[in-house]
Design a protein around this ligand. Structure first.
Ligand code: PEP
Ligand code: MN
Length: 366
C-alpha cells in the first residue's frame, strides 16, 4: 500500500529556475579553498544556482581522502557569499547535520550508504527537526525500493516536506560498463508512485566515468526526471576522489549543450501523455526482458549439461505442462491473455529445447 508523502513543490523551494533540467553541480569533495572557489566561479558563470561538495566522504577503504570536514564548510559559506549560490553537502550523522546548520548549508543530501541504514536516517531526520531545509535522498546502494521510500517516510514523519530523490544506480556483482547499475525500472516505479516528488539523476556516480555522462543524463531526462546532480571540478585529473567521473565547468557546459530537453513538464498527466517518455520506459523494459531471457537460457544450458551427464531425456513433459499452466494463471494477474502467455512460453521452451539438443548431441571435445 502506498503511503502518501506530504510535499512542498520544488517550485516553492526558491532553489532552481525552470524549465528543466534543474542542475546541482560541484566537486565530489571540497579539497582546498582555491579548488572550491575556482570551481564555483566556473559553475556560477554557467548560471548554475545550486553548488554541491562532499565535506565528509564515505570511502570504501580507510586511508583514502575522507573529506576536509568542518574547514570545508567555511569555503562553502564563501561560495554562498561571493556567488549567491545555494550550498549543499552530504550528511551521514547527527554531528554532520549540526555542523551544516552552523555554517548555513541550504540543502543536504543523504548518501546511498546512509539511506540503507534506517537508524542513521532517523537520527538525521530528528537532528533536522527544527529546520525546513530541503533534503534529497539518494537511493540505497542495494536495489530496494521500499528502503528508499521508507527513508522518505521517516523524513516526512519528522515534519520535512521539502523532499526529493537522487537516483545514482545500484551496486552490482554483474560485469557492466557503468560503475553502478542504472536499474531504471526502480526509478520509473518510484516516479509513477510519487509523480510530485522532485527527481534527480546522478549520472556521475552511476557511470563512474565522464564519458557516460551524456548518455545517462539524456536517458534520465527522457524518462521525465526533473534534474541532474553532476560532479564538476576545476581540475578533475588531480581530484582527490572520483577523478575519472568529474568534468570541468567548461566540460559541463559542453555536455549540457548536447542534451536534448524534450517538451514536457512534471505535471503527472502530461508526463503520462508524453510519448517520448513512455517509449524510453519501454526501451528499459525491453532491455530487462532480454536480460531475463538471456539469464534463463544460460540456466537452461546448465540443465542441458546436467541432463547429459546423467543421461536424461530433454523433454520432461509434466514439468513443462506445470510451468505453462502456472504461467498462464500468473499472466492473468498481469492482464496477459492465456493465448499470449502460451505463445511466449512456447517460443522460450522451443529455444531452450533446441539449445539443450545441441548440448546433448555434441560429442566430448567438440
Ligand atoms: C556523493 O555524491 O559524493 C556520493 C558519495 O555519492 P553516493 O552516496 O551516491 O555514493
Ligand atoms: Mn563522488
Amino acid at each position: 500500500m502506498d503511503r502518501k508523502l506530504e510535499l512542498v513543490p520544488v517550485t516553492e523551494w526558491g532553489f532552481f529556475t525552470l524549465p528543466r533540467p534543474m542542475i546541482i553541480a560541484g566537486p565530489c569533495s571540497a579539497e582546498t579553498k582555491e579548488q572550491v572557489m575556482e570551481t564555483a566561479k566556473g559553475l556560477s558563470d554557467l548560471g548554475i544556482h545550486v553548488f554541491r561538495a562532499g565535506i565528509w566522504k564515505p570511502r570504501t577503504h580507510p586511508g583514502c581522502f575522507e573529506g576536509m570536514g568542518t574547514e570545508g564548510l567555511r569555503w562553502l559559506q564563501q561560495v554562498k557569499k561571493e556567488y549567491g549560490m545555494k550550498i549543499s553537502c552530504e550528511v551521514a550523522s547527527e554531528k554532520h547535520v549540526y555542523e551544516c546548520l552552523k555554517f548555513g548549508v541550504d540543502m543536504v543530501w543523504i548518501g546511498a550508504r546512509t539511506t540503507a541504514n534506517p537508524f542513521l536516517v532517523q537520527e538525521i531526520a530528528d537532528a533536522l527537526r527544527d529546520t525546513d531545509i530541503p533534503i534529497l535522498v539518494k537511493n540505497p546502494v542495494n536495489p530496494d525500493l521500499d528502503l528508499w521510500i521508507g527513508a522518505l517516510e521517516r523524513f516526512n514523519r519528522a515534519g520535512h516536506k521539502k523532499l526529493g530523490v537522487i537516483h545514482r544506480g545500484f551496486s552490482t556483482s554483474q560485469k557492466i560498463d557503468y560503475r553502478n547499475d542504472p536499474g531504471w525500472r526502480i526509478a520509473i516505479e518510484l516516479r509513477t508512485r510519487y509523480p510530485e516528488l522532485p527527481f534527480f539523476a546522478d549520472p556521475s556516480h552511476m557511470g563512474g566515468d565522464r564519458k557516460y555522462l551524456l548518455e545517462l543524463s539524456q536517458r534520465a531526462l527522457d524518462l521525465g526526471l526533473d534534474g541532474l546532480m553532476i560532479e564538476s571540478h576545476c581540475n578533475p585529473d588531480v581530484a582527490l576522489s572520483d577523478a575519472k567521473q568529474q568534468l570541468t565547468p567548461a566540460g559541463l557546459k559542453d555536455m549540457l549543450g548536447k542534451i536534448v530537453v524534450r517538451d514536457n513538464d512534471t505535471d503527472s498527466i502530461e508526463y503520462k501523455e508524453n510519448i517520448d517518455q513512455l517509449r524510453a520506459q519501454i526501451d528499459v523494459i525491453d532491455e530487462n526482458l532480454l536480460f531475463a531471457l538471456g539469464s534463463r537460457l544460460s540456466i537452461s544450458k546448465k540443465i542441458g549439461h546436467y541432463k547429459k551427464d546423467h543421461n536424461i531425456a530433454i523433454i520432461q513433459s509434466t514439468r513443462w505442462e506445470s510451468i505453462l499452466s502456472r504461467m498462464t494463471e500468473k499472466g492473468a494477474q498481469y492482464g496477459l491473455s492465456p493465448e499470449f502467455v502460451s505463445a511466449v512460453f512456447n517460443a522460450i521452451h522451443e529455444e531452450s529445447v533446441r539449445t539443450q539438443n545441441e548440448i546433448l548431441s555434441s560429442r566430448e571435445g567438440d
